[in-house]
Design a protein around this ligand. Structure first.
Ligand SMILES: *Cc1c(COP(=O)(O)O)cnc(C)c1O
Length: 380
């Protein structure tokens, strides 16, 4: 190890997007791999939108100029989408009352950047620890560790993966030097695909104002569950969203945070001045403008999720949990370990994610899902 590197980074294991690799030794190497390990939408942008973007690049984007560092147009469009989609999702969100303005939005180079900014804004310099409930999105703990921020971990109930709330309360009251400053939850959770339960939401409501609750709604468009309607009552909540999943823009790295003006102003202080390339801003604006076209694929994905869940639930040595997102959590019961199952699926040409003691399987195109069912039937 080089002497100038921080000693705690030697122990750190980096996030690996495709631990099994996207190339390598699938049995039928000439066949394209089914990439069902990173929860994207299976479909690229439609041709017409790609053409619009190509024209924008040709005529509007000045490659020699820095991008818009204020993100003004995009924040306006995102705020409008947040209000509209919350009203459509129902629940507590009354569109008349939901005062989400551009000042309540900060945009990151993927929501990963926003996670890091939130950690910098709340915990850096020995001021705080974070709390996560495993299994959950690994990026919170990985990014915290890169910043030297302690991570307090609690578990979940096996039946429905509800957070062990007694353990969480206990961890918050007993953690000192530094105390828990941020709690990270996903709604619905990755990899287990369950929306927050009423008890979990009550717990978030009960957190003291000195603790930030980060509610990651990366899969909102699939679940139609959101806590946006309660943001005004909870200045210590920040909601994260992304363009990487339902909006089909994973390649462009665009995510956003919704929260209290002061929290958002702090995120704006912490971010890099030109964090969003002009082309990615144009892509996100185009995607929002044409959201009806892009989000029209969601009913098919939800129907396919149902088909996959039913078919896989038939397999006797596979445990399958219900999903509120565009992926399904499974565990093999018996001889085969989840790691072995991942490797065997890869050999047949299907990439899945081995995480949290199980397998996270993305709902793909109908053809991909049929192959997934077939391959799992052969293996299980
Ligand atoms: C996919 C995903 C994201 C998206 O991250 P980006 O950096 O915006 O691509 C965020 N949170 C969770 C839980 C996810 O699964």
């Amino acid at each position: 190890m080089l002497n100038f590197i921080r000693s705690d980074l030697a122990q750190l294991i980096a996030y690996t997007p495709h631990p099994g690799g996207t190339s390598g030794e699938p049995a039928r190497a000439q066949m394209p791999l089914d990439r069902l390990d990173t929860n994207e939408t299976p479909y690229d942008l439609p041709e017409e939108l790609k053409q619009k973007l190509a024209i924008a690049y040709e005529r509007e984007i000045e490659a020699n100029r820095y991008p818009d560092g204020s993100h003004a147009a995009l924040k306006e469009a995102i705020a409008a989408y947040v209000r509209e989609s919350a009203a459509a999702a129902g629940g507590d969100a009354d569109p008349g009352k939901l005062a989400i303005a551009p000042a309540n939005i900060s945009i990151g180079n993927g929501s990963d950047e926003l996670i890091r900014s939130l950690l910098i804004a709340t915990c850096l310099g020995g001021e705080g620890s974070i709390l996560v409930a495993n299994p959950t999105f690994s990026m919170y703990a990985i990014l915290a560790k890169t910043l030297g921020i302690p991570v307090v971990e609690v578990g979940r109930k096996e039946a429905n993966f509800e957070i062990d709330l007694a353990a969480a309360r206990e961890a918050i009251s007993s953690t000192q030097n530094p105390p828990v400053r941020s709690v990270f939850v996903v709604h619905p959770n990755s990899p287990t695909a369950q929306a927050l339960t009423p008890a979990e939401i009550d717990w978030l409501r009960s957190l003291p104002e000195g603790i930030l609750a980060v509610i990651d709604e990366a899969y909102f468009e699939f679940s139609q569950t959101t806590l946006v309607g309660e943001l005004q009552q909870h200045p210590n909540w920040v909601i994260l969203r992304t363009f990487s999943k339902a909006f089909r823009l994973a390649a462009h790295r665009m995510g956003y945070a919704i929260g209290h003006e002061e929290a958002i102003a702090t995120l704006e202080k912490v971010r890099l001045p030109y964090n969003l390339p002009s082309f990615s801003q144009a892509a996100a604006l185009t995607a929002l403008h044409h959201r009806q076209i892009l989000l029209a694929s969601i009913p098919e994905i939800l129907a396919e999720r149902q088909r996959l869940t039913e078919a896989l639930s038939q397999l006797p040595s596979l445990q399958v949990w219900p999903s509120a997102a565009n992926f399904i959590y499974l565990r093999p019961i018996g001889e085969l370990s989840p790691g072995e199952l991942m490797q065997k699926l890869k050999a047949k040409g299907t990439l899945v994610r081995h995480t949290g003691g199980g397998i996270r399987l993305t709902v793909g195109s109908p053809e991909e899902n049929s192959r997934t069912i077939e391959r799992l039937q052969e293996l299980i």
